[in-house]
Design a binder for this molecule. Sequence first.
Ligand SMILES: [Ca+2]
Ligand SMILES: [Ca+2]
Length: 265
Amino acid sequence: MVPSSTDEMSFDEKLRRGERVEMVVDIYETADAVRDHDPNKEDMNTKKNAQTQQIGDTEWSRRYRLAAVCLGLLCVLLLAANTVLWVKFTADINQLQTSNHNLTSEINQLWTTYSNVTVMKEQLLGERNGLQKELSIHGWNYFNFSIYYITIEKKFWSNSRNDCKQRGADLVVIKSREEQEFISKTFSQTEAWIGLTDKDNEGSWKWVDGTALTTGFWWQGEPNDYGRNEDCAITGYRIAADNVSTWADYFCDFPVVGICEKMLN
Ligand SMILES: [Ca+2]
Ligand SMILES: [Ca+2]
């Protein structure tokens, strides 16, 4: 198909228009180049860039200062925490040293007291041994806050009791197995009056201090009130299997030595 003249003209016109468009573009580009090389505009752009950079620098500077301030505050807090911990540690150490000093003082005081008590104990033991020796010389024997004496002359029960009273004592009152063992060991198998009788009420044994008999060490078959006239008790009648002397009731008007007891408390 052959193009028409209108189409040919249009084609040429298009070419010319294209050229004009290119020229216009060149003109505008030239104008832009000229405008872009405007010293005033460049200066403004430079200032604008400088301002932008300055704004950026100011922002970074502010952030750096903020970080520095935070770091400084953190350092201050750490320093304060260390100071508080050091003060508390020092106070605890001082308190511990004070407590240790007080404890040491108390221990020393206790040792001093213990030493004094030990010295006093030794002195008392020495005095007790000296007193026992002195008592033994005069025929007395010590046991559990009492001293004991055995009379020499054999007498009736009531007369032996009077002998004891003249020595500031009375016939012995035996209230425990330990005391009976002491009597047995000290005075052996000697038959001797003790402070026990039923002469006021037959069968109702009472001690000279008025108390009733609770623990007896009678030999087997005793008391038997032989002849219905045995109302006074002796010790050292027989030796039992446990090597402790036993009791029996005797006729009160029978000559026997007596064991005296004087309580010290
Ligand atoms: Ca009797
Ligand atoms: Ca008898």
